[in-house]
Write a protein that binds this ligand. Structure first.
Ligand SMILES: Cc1cc2nc3c(=O)[nH]c(=O)nc-3n(C[C@H](O)[C@H](O)[C@H](O)COP(=O)(O)OP(=O)(O)OC[C@H]3O[C@@H](n4cnc5c(N)ncnc54)[C@H](O)[C@@H]3O)c2cc1C
Length: 528
């Protein structure tokens, strides 16, 4: 327990997922002092387990979630411009077929069965075209191309699909490296003056003398310390209700609905760079996305999840469901033998009383309480709307702080993202020219992860040997040192599953050698 009186910060943020880190960055940039505590690694929960799309969410239009879709669509290009290294435009091919069905729960499906009863359960192609027309026009696109029709009998996108699929629509959304997005927000917040503590669990938060007294525990050492703050932000994601009740000792007036979503990663299933949007006969949809050059990402499922502390896992049943769903489209059956990795995350959705997990709102809800020492509880949200969510959070908190300045994050580049969206290929070519030992794939990986900061990692190196130990799959000691000293990495898992996805290419033996290296490096020179 700290003996001296701790200094008072303006805002204490619980949770180092995308929402906590986004709020911390926004708040510190407004001139407020900020401290953030994350009980594990940054993005260790939901924010590394998403489908990794900056998207409007085409299917949410069927639920008439126009506000959410519009905000997300507009936001895609704002985010893409601020981080053209970790985010990029993608085209989605949506094959059409008469067997495709609606989720009977959606307001659109109910409306359609009322006015056109003979269409009951069907999702006709004109309706999809109408949805895509809205999708194209709600979001004020400048960079992303609009929808077009695709003849699957002649287009290469038709090659891996069953012959019965002859027509498709193709539309735009964006990819984002979700866990890197979180780390870059944390780094930028720290660079602007915030304190970011990982492996730090908030065990209690109580109002005392007009301030929040927040007690934390270091999860490595069990050491406890106390912070004082003028306002508290509960961005604990799936644990939002546990924090309200267990940590703050309050009754939660709003509910959170935990919905597990799982993905499988297979060996590459097709040879082009577009994604597929598949509609199922059960009314659900899944994506099949080119992933990490040699793989395909398929997801997601929607399953109720009872307990935030129960580690989400993609069950065999879910993996088989995704294989079977994809096999309805791909000529070559997708089997469990194709699966090389699976992951699962829990959506912390606001409980709007919807009947099914699929139908529950994906919009965010912010609840603020307290005339002095306010607490802001964050429910729901999407990766895509994290910056807007942070602005909305600050709109609620700013009245408590006279010195706080206005919105600023739109248009401000993330670390390494200070270049034009169209310049990424040039950046890769320049890096390879400058560091002749890099292969094209290596240079691309570095630029896609670090953008203009890739040069800082490589520094004055002239040969591969100058980068130090080689951990395999182009992971060098120089990169690991950067990740430890600049990106809060404290274990091999942090490095190979969240700062990168090199876990797909490294063997268990190589990962264990990396863990030994990191443990030794931490012993010799504690990084944080
Ligand atoms: C399967 C799936 C697919 C998705 N796909 C997309 C997509 O493609 N696009 C999109 O925009 N959105 C998507 N989402 C939604 C998006 O991932 C989430 O809305 C978002 O990641 C939630 O972020 P968060 O910060 O609220 O929660 P989290 O990322 O879960 O962060 C909360 C953090 O709080 C920490 N914490 C909890 N309690 C404490 C405590 N007491 N002390 C300290 N720390 C604590 C946790 O360790 C955790 O790291 C998807 C979600 C899922 C599950």
């Amino acid at each position: 327990m700290a003996s001296s009186t701790p200094k008072v910060t303006d805002i204490f943020v619980i949770g180092g997922g995308i929402n906590g880190c986004g709020i911390a960055r926004d708040a510190v940039g407004r001139g407020l002092t900020v401290e953030l505590a994350e009980m594990n690694d940054l993005a260790s929960a939901t924010s590394s387990a998403s489908t990794k799309l900056f998207h409007g969410g085409l299917r949410y239009l069927e639920y008439f979630e126009v506000r959410l879709v519009r905000e997300a669509l507009i936001e895609r290009e704002t985010l893409l411009r601020a981080m053209p290294h970790i985010s990029w435009p993608m085209r989605f091919v949506l094959p059409m077929h008469r067997e495709m069905r609606f989720d009977n729960d959606t307001p659109t499906s109910r409306l359609l069965s009322f006015v056109m009863p003979w269409m009951k359960g069907r999702r006709p192609s004109w309706l999809i075209r109408m949805g895509l027309f809205m999708y194209d026009h709600l979001g004020g696109r400048k960079i992303l191309p609009g929808t077009r029709s695709v003849d699957l009998t002649t287009d290469e996108a038709g090659v891996p699909l069953h012959d019965k699929f002859s027509r498709a629509f193709e539309y735009s959304d964006c990819w984002v490296e979700d866990s890197r997005l979180v780390v870059l927000n944390a780094r930028d917040a720290e660079a602007r003056g915030a304190t970011i503590n990982t492996r730090t669990k908030v065990v209690s938060a109580r109002r005392e003398n007009g301030l929040w007294r927040v007690e934390t525990e270091n999860t490595d050492t069990s050491a406890r310390s106390v912070s004082l703050a003028r306002a508290l932000v509960n961005a604990a994601g799936p644990w939002v209700a546990d924090v309200i009740e267990g940590v703050m000792g309050q009754n939660s007036s709003a509910g959170v609905r935990l919905v597990r979503g799982s993905h499988i990663v297979t060996k590459r299933l097709f040879d082009h760079d577009r994604c597929y949007f598949f509609q199922g006969t059960d009314g659900r949809i899944i994506f099949a996305i080119p992933y990490q050059e040699d793989f395909t990402l398929i997801g997601t499922t929607d399953k109720e999840h009872d307990d935030a502390d129960a580690r989400p896992e993609c069950t065999d049943e879910e993996a088989q469901y995704l294989c079977d769903f994809a096999t309805e489209y791909f000529k070559r059956p997708v089997t469990m033998q194709d699966v090389v990795w699976r992951y699962s995350g829990v959506r912390p959705l606001y409980d709007d009383g919807a009947s099914s997990a699929t139908a529950a709102t994906r919009d965010y809800v912010l609840k603020i309480e307290g005339e002095t020492a306010p607490v802001l509880n964050v429910f729901g949200g999407k990766i895509t709307t994290y910056r807007k969510l942070a602005e909305a959070a600050m709109a609620k908190l700013v009245p408590y702080f006279d010195q706080a300045t206005g919105d600023w994050t739109a248009g401000v580049a993330m670390p390494g993202g200070d270049f034009a969206v169209s310049d990424v290929d040039k950046l890769i070519a320049d890096l390879q020219a400058e560091y002749g030992f890099l292969t094209p794939a290596w240079a691309k990986r570095l630029v896609r992860a670090y953008g203009t900061e890739a040069r800082e990692i490589l520094g004055a190196t002239k040969t591969v040997a100058d980068l130090g130990q080689d951990f395999g799959a182009t992971l060098s000691e120089a990169e690991v040192t950067w990740l430890m000293s600049r990106e809060y990495a404290l274990s091999a898992e942090d490095v190979v599953w969240r700062r990168s996805k090199l876990g797909l290419r490294l063997s268990p033996l190589q990962i264990s050698a990396l863990d030994d290296h990191i443990a030794a490096a931490r012993q010799n020179a504690p990084v944080r």
